[in-house]
Each structure stands twice: as C-alpha cells, then as structure tokens.
Design a protein around this ligand. Structure first.
Ligand SMILES: Cc1ncc(COP(=O)(O)O)c(C=O)c1O
Length: 413
C-alpha cells in the first residue's frame, strides 16, 4: 500500500481534532467529551498572561465564551473539512454570517449579493446592515458573473454568495467570481450550507471565507441550531475571532458543538444517500404531469448543470419544483404526505417539504418573491435518507390525493 500523507475527507470527518489523549480529554475518551464548564481553573497567577495569547490548541482555556474544548474540537474539524486554516463555531448560521459580515463592513461600504439568498440573510442585509448600519446592498442574478461585475463599485467591500441557492437551487460560478475579485480588496464569502464540504469546497475555488448553517447537513439530525465559518486568511480570522468571542459573543454552546461534531462523522455516508434519493425524487417529479419544472442541479435540464459538474463533486439532497396548479392543489398535496414532514429547514436525515412563499420566504414581499421566481406553488423538498420506495410512494399518494380532490366538485367549498 502506498504511504498516504494527507488523510482523506472521510477520515477527517471521523477523527480530525479528536485525540483520545489530546487537549480535550485526559481519560482516553474516543469521542470528544462535552465540556460544560463556563470557566477554567488557572494553574497560578500569571501577571504576564494576555487573553489573546491563550491557545486552545495547546489545551489552554480560560472562559467558555472565549473558547471551550468541545467547541475547539468542532472548529478544528470543520476547518479541516473546508480546507482552511481557521474555523469558528457559532450559535447559529445567522450568527456566523452576521459576525463575518460585521468583521468587514463599515458605514458607507457596499455589498453585492446573490438575489436568491436565504431569506433570513437578505433580511439581515436589508434590515440590519442597510437600514441601521449605513451599508448599501445590491442584489444581482449571480448565475451570470457579468451581473456581479456590473454591480461592483469603488466602495464594494463584500461579495456574498450562496451556491446552490435556497430555494431555486441556482448556482454561481465561484471560481469565476473569485477571478473577477482577484485584484480588488473585496471579501468574497460563500454560504456552503446546501452543498456541504462533501460536495463543494469554496475556498479551493477561490472564496475568502465559507459560512455554514451547521444546523443543516453538518449536524444532519435536526436537533441543533448552530453555525460555522472557515477561512485561510489570518487577519480576517483574527477579526472574526475577536467579534465571535468579545464583540458579539454568539458562540456555539458545548452540547450543540458536540452534536454537530458527532454529525460530521457520518457526513460522507449521509450525503451519498441524500444525493441518491434526491436524484430519484427529481427524476420521478420530472415525469409527473402535475409538475411543470424541477430545479435540481443534477438534472441535465438544470440551466447550471454543467457548472455543477465542474465545481461540485455531487448535487446534494435538496430540490424544488413547480406544481402546475393552484395554491389549494399545493396544500392538498403536501398535507396528504406522511413520509415527508411539512416543516421548514433542510439537511436532516428525515425528508421535509415546504412552500417557500408561505413559509421560509414569506417575509419577502410578493413583488420580491415574484422577481425571484418564487411562486405560490413552488415546493421545496429536503430529501432524507429513508427508503426511496417509501418516499416515491408517498409523493405518488400526494398527487393521487390532489387529483382526487381536484376532480370532486365539492372539494374546494
Ligand atoms: C442557506 C442558509 N444559510 C443560512 C441559514 C441560517 O441558518 P440558521 O437557521 O442556523 O441561523 C439558513 C437557514 O435555513 C440557510 O438555509
């Protein structure tokens, strides 16, 4: 067998950062313990000690907001999975994104963002950064890099992207945008929540920082709210760490850190299964007469299918589709399902279904939704890892219920 110097991604998911006799454990635990202490005993009074010199990697801890062994292990793991030198774990994906943007933005700055962003991030940009902090924001259709180029200004300090996006699964050319920004002092951030580092690594494509709602695939079991960022940029990492620990303080707690760390161990196996099931569901939906469009990067009909093949190593487990009917049809369809749970969020082992216009993207105005192509009958699906026959059977039952009720004259009364 050849000598392997670099561990594979799968090996990193299982063991990176967890050393049975390392800084986080003295007992030899093969999994990182949950360290609940809010404060840590110091060996003596060191009048020379400066808090910024305390090094968690060397097993030095002072106070739980600054650092914590369980959180530190998670930060080390996620940094390795995204291929960056610095990781920071937060109380939510929202906190991770907010802290990262705050690290770079000042009043008078300008942000260029993908128009099809997660609605919460759009609201943060509009209602916090624009309205309260004097930062201007331009949303563009970033499926065409030319639109990003056209929106750049002298004051542009951040370009913020997601790929694939929520809920239309649109892609932007991450390497193309990185090239565009190469000679500018602009922070290029990519929210990699939908793809996960198993299928896409934005830092390798030229992004400066990657953000995650680890609530989703990295945890994978719908039982923690958490977030993370990874960067290779030392100065940016220092600023983010200052805000994470001192300026904002929205850190990931020990128990959530433990859950996300545990989730990462099965990431590769889960993502493979999510993708296989999502592909089968996308193909099934594509053949249904009640469905006018299916948005899944793995379908050759997806407008960015070729780009997806280039910049991702798989297509993920989330898709959306356009029901050719009314909102009443959509309601009948989703309410008839038993394997797919009607719920917001994505990335857990269980299949979830939702109507963005009525649920996740309800905070956007009808005009904004229309501009983004989010119709009242667009349905988003996070395909879980259940048996595919059960999932397809459930969807078939949903269409049957919708068609039965639709042809019953009294059904809509
Ligand atoms: C793409 C994306 N980014 C960020 C977030 C926000 O993450 P959190 O809910 O963990 O704050 C979400 C949540 O749905 C999301 O889908």
């Amino acid at each position: 067998m050849e000598d392997q110097t670099e561990p594979t991604f799968e090996t990193l998911t299982v063991s990176e950062g967890e050393e049975p006799f390392g800084s986080a454990s003295e007992a030899g635990d093969v999994v990182s313990p949950i360290h609940l202490a809010s404060t840590f005993a110091l060996p003596g009074l060191d009048t020379e000690m400066r808090l910024e010199d305390v090094d968690p990697a060397a097993g030095e801890f002072v106070y739980g907001r600054l650092s914590n062994p369980t959180r530190h292990t998670l930060e080390t793991r996620i940094a390795a999975l995204e291929g960056g030198g610095h990781g920071a774990a937060f109380a939510s994906g929202t906190a991770a994104i907010f802290t990262t943007l705050l690290a770079r933005l000042s009043p008078g700055d300008h942000v260029v963002a993908f128009e099809d962003l997660y609605a919460g991030t759009r609201r943060m940009l509009d209602d916090v950064f624009r309205s309260r902090l004097g930062v201007d924001v331009t949303y563009v259709d970033a499926t065409d890099t030319e639109n990003v180029a056209a929106a750049l200004r002298e004051e542009t300090a951040v370009v913020w992207m997601e790929s694939p996006t929520n809920p239309r699964l649109a892609l932007c050319d991450i390497a193309g945008i990185a090239d565009l920004l190469a000679d500018r002092d602009v922070l290029f951030g990519v929210d990699n929540t939908f793809a996960s580092p198993y299928f896409q690594r934005p830092l390798e494509l030229g992004a400066d920082v990657v953000a995650h709602s680890t609530t989703k695939y990295l945890n994978g079991h719908s039982d923690a709210i958490a977030g993370a960022i990874v960067t290779d940029d030392d100065a940016l990492a220092e600023e983010i760490r200052f805000l994470q620990q001192v300026g904002v303080g929205a850190v990931s707690g020990p128990f959530d850190s433990y859950l996300v760390l545990r989730g990462t161990k099965t990431l590769a196996a889960r993502m493979e299964r999510h993708e296989a099931n999502a592909t089968a569901v996308a193909e099934f939906l594509d053949d249904r007469p009640e469905v006018s469009d299916v948005y899944y990067p793995g379908l050759p009909s997806h407008p960015d299918h070729e780009l997806a093949r280039e910049q991702m190593s798989g297509f993920g487990g989330i898709l959306s589709f356009e029901l050719d009917g009314t909102i009443a049809d959509a309601k009948r369809f989703v309410e008839a399902l038993t394997e797919f749970t009607l719920a917001v969020s994505v990335g857990g082992v269980e299949s979830l279904i939702e109507l963005p216009a009525a649920m996740t993207h309800e905070p956007l105005s009808p005009a904004e939704r229309e501009a983004l192509g989010i119709s009242d009958t667009l349905i988003r699906v996070s395909v879980g890892i259940e048996g595919i026959d059960d999932l397809i059977g459930d969807l078939r039952g949903g269409f049957d219920a919708m068609n039965r009720r639709a042809t019953t004259p009294s059904a809509d009364r």
